[in-house]
Design a protein around this ligand. Structure first.
Ligand SMILES: *Cc1c(COP(=O)(O)O)cnc(C)c1O
Length: 377
């Protein structure tokens, strides 16, 4: 099955009993047992729920993995994956990871003596240097947020194998439509499904896919023990989102290319970050490991004042955090998504006060271009 077909027909579809074409929302906490301990495979909805199970099956298929897991948010998914580690372990992470992952690692997991090193994972040598005897995992985001830095996943997989590490990839920005890290050697793939997979700004959720039976067993144990599960209603919304993920990503990709061309020709834009540009560092790697470049663009308009002006004037770009929806979203990372990262650290990374991040939606491109043009005048 090819990808778009998998999105529609993959996993568990419909309901055998009634012929319903859509998976029912099993809004239920517990299940009647025939005799004590003799059940249908479902006993309690934290452990397993048929609607959630259908979602977990389809995401595993889309990422070409063995098992899928659905959580109440991307952060719940990441936290649960981190719980595969033990106290005293060390992880190497991409230095411009999602702000929430940075906060979790530096302010919560550190209290449990989970040690970390942030490195520029676009440089494999730096990754090798950061590995210690107690390193257990590489945690990679590619492309990153908001500078769209690219890490070579095959090279990370080689380093992980050589050093017996788990390769964990946050694939939120690329989506399983464009990039399948497991095919490139990753062990675990994570999504904030709040973004492209849900796609409609109406659900907060996280997904994990693993490619090993033992890791699957361990993660299911953690999911059931910690309990950060996704509810049936939200699971259903994600399955609905997945059906159009391919179509949406194609439409977004097309709009994004047009918008980048527009920005390239705009005199007030100094730097543009978009992996689809030939000039973008890592473009060649992005091209070989993914089939599309995604719908995120960051660009510098020079100052906080100018960035504020643009955001206050746009009509079709919604000023909001988050990304990956049908509607175009616009934000200033330094003041919003990355505000929890200290200013010196932000500047080190290149997240200036005049940096604007856009998540391109599926609106008519003429409207989007006209809107940005008038906002920047
Ligand atoms: C949003 C996001 C997360 C966190 O997901 P939530 O659903 O907001 O908890 C993690 N990683 C990336 C790359 C994200 O964009």
């Amino acid at each position: 099955m090819k990808r778009k077909t998998k999105m529609v027909h993959g996993g568990i579809t419909g309901d055998e009993k009634t012929g319903a074409v859509s998976v029912p929302i099993y809004q239920v906490s517990t299940y009647k047992q025939e005799a004590a301990g003799k059940h249908t495979g479902y006993e309690y909805s934290r452990t397993g729920n048929p609607t959630r199970h259908a979602l977990e099956t389809v995401i595993a298929e889309l990422e070409n993995g063995k098992a899928g897991f659905a959580f109440g948010s991307g952060m719940a998914a990441i936290t649960s994956v981190m719980m595969l580690m033990n106290t005293g372990d060390h992880i190497v992470m991409t230095d411009d990871v999602y702000g929430g992952s940075y906060r979790l690692t530096t302010k919560v997991l550190n209290r449990f003596n989970l040690d970390h090193t942030f490195v520029d994972t676009s440089n494999p040598e730096k990754v090798k240097e950061a590995i210690k005897p107690n390193t257990k995992a590489l945690f990679i985001e590619t492309p990153t947020n908001p500078l769209l830095k690219i890490t070579d996943l095959k090279k990370m997989a080689d380093i992980a194998k050589e050093n017996d590490l788990l390769l964990i990839v946050d694939n939120t920005f690329a989506t399983p439509y464009w990039q399948q890290p497991i095919d490139l050697g990753a062990d675990i793939v994570i999504h904030s499904a709040t973004k492209y997979i849900g796609g409609h700004s109406d659900v907060v959720s996280g997904l994990v896919v693993v490619n090993d039976d033992k890791v699957a067993e361990d993660l299911h144990f953690i999911q059931n023990s910690v309990g950060g599960i996704l509810g049936p209603q939200d699971s259903w919304l994600l399955m609905r989102g997945i059906k159009t993920l391919g179509l949406r990503m194609e439409a977004i990709e097309k709009n994004t290319h047009e918008l980048v061309k527009f920005l390239e020709n705009h005199p007030q834009v100094s730097t543009i970050y978009y992996p689809g540009r030939l000039e973008h560092k890592g473009h060649d790697i992005a091209k070989t490991q993914a089939d599309g470049f995604g719908g995120m663009i960051s660009f510098d308009v020079g100052s906080a004042e100018k960035a504020d002006q643009v955001l206050s004037r746009v009509k079709y770009f919604t000023l909001a955090e988050s990304l990956g929806a049908v509607e175009s979203l616009i934000s200033i990372p330094a003041k919003m998504t990355h505000a929890s990262i200290p200013k010196e650290r932000r500047e080190e990374l290149g997240i200036t006060d005049g940096l604007i991040r856009v998540s391109v939606g599926i609106e008519d491109i003429e409207d989007l271009m006209e809107d940005l043009k008038q906002a920047m005048e």
